[in-house]
Ligand binder design. Structure first.
Ligand SMILES: [Zn+2]
Length: 88
């Protein structure tokens, strides 16, 4: 782990793009609705491996993160979003 000095560089690039959005996107834009059928929005809160992105990273408020999580779990069960993806 310690040998990976390149890791620092990666985190420096990744952090601003995610953490700059501090305001919850759904509180800011009332026209956005959370629905399990709305894959375009849900995909933003899922990693490419299929994991749900944590609130501290996505910047959602607790209320909307709860709704997102529920919607993603429903979407997985109706096979709209994958539970996981094959090893990259
Ligand atoms: Zn919110």
């Amino acid at each position: 782990m310690r040998r990976f000095t390149g890791k620092k560089r990666i985190s420096r690039y990744n952090k601003p793009s995610f953490q700059r959005r501090r305001v919850c996107r759904f509180c800011g834009d009332k026209s956005l609705t959370i629905n399990y059928k709305n894959t375009d929005i849900l995909q933003n809160f899922v990693t490419e491996r299929g994991k749900i992105i944590a609130r501290r990273i996505s910047g959602n408020c607790a209320k909307h993160q709860r709704q997102i999580t529920k919607a993603i779990k429903i979407a997985r069960n109706v096979a709209i979003i994958p539970f996981t993806s094959p090893v990259v």
